[in-house]
Unconditional design. Structure first.
Length: 549
């Protein structure tokens, strides 16, 4: 069953961004600082930017990254990036809009530029991504008990146990919880609550929830991610699915500062969003294609897989802006800071802003950042490992996804590599990881066999139609119920998270379970439980009580 991609073309109107491009009016001091920063950020010895999984970094690379984080906390630059994410108008554009993925892509690049600006050993830093897809597979297989147990990056970024039970205020927002600890492991012992605070008065810790007791959310499973990426393959739907799914459930599960808009206070924020950026890049390769770098802007704007208009959650303050109430491909991203700490909000695109030098060479329109391979000197790529390799190589071809995953078969052929440069395509965990991931093709194959019995021989599985949509949704439902039975209970969003992120929805699996229990939905595959238990172990107390009763 090979999915046939259906394109829906829509006309768009060219518009202009709402803020003046003031790169040319920088002062002499800012110009000098910007030149030094750009020189550090473009060190020729670095080669192309390649973001790697944290698990793949050497000990020296990890130490260098953490030291750069500590330096940026010491000089207040780190806090200013937190303040960008919390500014009211900025946050309204960055979340629950069609530009969610693109906005955070720019923020990541600016942050990466800032870390590189320290020069020397820091010149070639890239933000490592968190490979929670493979870590979640370990959790599904019962090989680890919690997010912290499953994910090396959570332990090596300081874990969740070494700290006091106390709350702090970040940008004036109290970060408190009955089970929070303010973690003071390096580099968090350098953290300061806002950029105006004297270094002698800094908290030197970041609040975190009990990661060692928290299960992985099921949205990090490959079965859920396929639904999030391909159920409705427009950029608006993908952005919404990833934000309401993987993005929100990870923030909610980690809790602590991550459950607030002050989430960038925790360094895991940057790796979380690098992973989301990577998933969008896989979607781009699989749905938009690899031959788009030289397409005309009008073609890009007319491609709903890249751009669609959507309403702003807050209108722009200028009534002269053509995109005052609507986000468009040619809108200039709103990135401001200052409001949360009692200052007048200022744009990072303003040459007088302290962060301007890290954004000065970044694109000024969303139109220019849909493809990570087409960013000029800022072009970057990812080193793919584990299940992420399979998601890239096999895309939405369900027949390929059901094929056996052996060491040789999971290696991508060189000509298949969408990301240019020296991308190492090999599994970080060796043969053990291969065994952990075998459950998915087995379960998918049996699910497809069931749906094939109702399909006309000449019918193709078209993305966006019931055929493939039903398979993807059913796979996710099976995973949700398995979690509830064997790894659960499935967690919904906390009241705290809902308030902080203005999110009134249920988590995806909570909704699935509620709909089934209320009779609004049913399991289409009658023997789903046997299929899952044939591939994944279930030895929890809840399961034993169910099977014995």
């Amino acid at each position: 069953m090979k999915i046939v991609l259906i394109c829906f073309m829509t006309a768009f109107v060219l518009v202009y961004g709402q803020e003046k491009n003031d790169a040319s009016v920088s002062s002499a001091n800012n110009s000098s600082s910007s030149n030094q920063t750009e020189q550090a950020m473009s060190t020729p010895e670095c080669g192309p930017r390649i973001r790697k999984s944290w698990d793949r970094l050497t000990s020296l690379e990890k130490e260098t990254y953490l030291e750069a984080i500590a330096k940026s906390m010491d000089d207040g630059l780190y806090s200013q990036f937190v303040e960008v994410h919390t500014e009211e108008l900025t946050a309204s554009e960055a979340h629950q809009t069609c530009m969610f993925l693109y906005w955070h892509r720019l923020l990541l690049l600016g942050f990466e530029n800032m870390l590189r600006s320290y020069g020397g050993v820091f010149s070639c830093i890239t933000v490592p991504y968190w490979n929670y897809v493979d870590h979640n597979a370990r959790f599904l297989n019962g090989l680890c008990d919690s997010m912290e147990d499953c994910a090396l990056i959570l332990r090596e970024l300081g874990g969740s146990s070494r700290g006091d039970r106390r709350s702090i205020e970040i940008n004036g927002t109290p970060i408190r919880g009955s089970n929070y600890r303010c973690i003071s492991s390096h580099p968090l012992n350098h953290f300061c609550e806002d950029s105006l605070r004297d270094s002698s008065d800094c908290a030197g810790c970041v609040p975190r929830g009990p990661w060692s007791e928290t299960p992985f959310p099921p949205t990090a499973s490959i079965s859920s991610l396929l639904r999030q990426l391909y159920e409705t393959p427009t950029i608006t739907a993908v952005a919404e699915n990833l934000e309401q799914g993987l993005h929100n459930t990870i923030h909610n599960a980690l809790s602590g500062a991550m459950a607030f808009l002050e989430a960038p206070s925790d360094p895991i924020f940057w790796s979380h969003h690098a992973s989301l950026d990577l998933l969008h890049s896989i979607f781009y390769h699989c749905v938009v294609g690899d031959d788009t770098r030289f397409r005309a802007d009008q073609i890009k704007m007319n491609d709903p897989h890249q751009f669609l208009e959507c309403s702003r959650r807050m209108p722009l303050p200028s009534d002269r802006a053509i995109d005052q109430e609507t986000l468009m491909a040619q809108s200039q991203p709103v990135m401001r800071s200052g409001g949360a700490i009692g200052l007048s909000p200022a744009s990072v695109w303003d040459s007088n802003h302290p962060l301007y030098r890290f954004f000065a060479n970044l694109p000024r329109q969303y139109l220019e950042i849909s493809d990570i391979r087409n960013l000029g000197p800022l072009t970057y790529n990812y080193e793919l490992v584990g299940l992420l390799q399979d998601m890239y190589a096999r895309c939405i071809d369900l027949d390929l996804l059901t094929s056996s995953i052996s060491g040789m078969e999971r290696r991508l052929d060189e000509e298949m590599a969408v990301f240019s440069g020296p991308v190492l395509i090999e599994d970080v965990n060796g043969n053990q990881a291969f065994a952990e991931n075998l459950w998915f093709p087995k379960v998918l194959e049996q699910t497809m066999t069931f749906f094939s019995s109702f399909q006309h021989p000449n019918e193709t599985m078209d993305i966006g139609t019931n055929s493939v949509g039903e398979v993807l949704k059913e796979m996710e439902k099976m995973t949700c119920l398995f979690y509830q039975m064997c790894r659960g209970p499935v967690q919904d969003f906390t009241a705290e998270f809902r308030h902080n992120f203005a999110n009134a929805r249920m988590s995806p699996c909570t909704r699935v379970i509620a709909d089934i229990e209320a009779g609004r939905d049913t399991m289409k595959v009658p023997n789903w439980k046997e299929i899952m238990l044939e591939s994944l172990p279930c030895d929890t107390k809840a399961h034993k009580e169910t099977t014995s009763g």
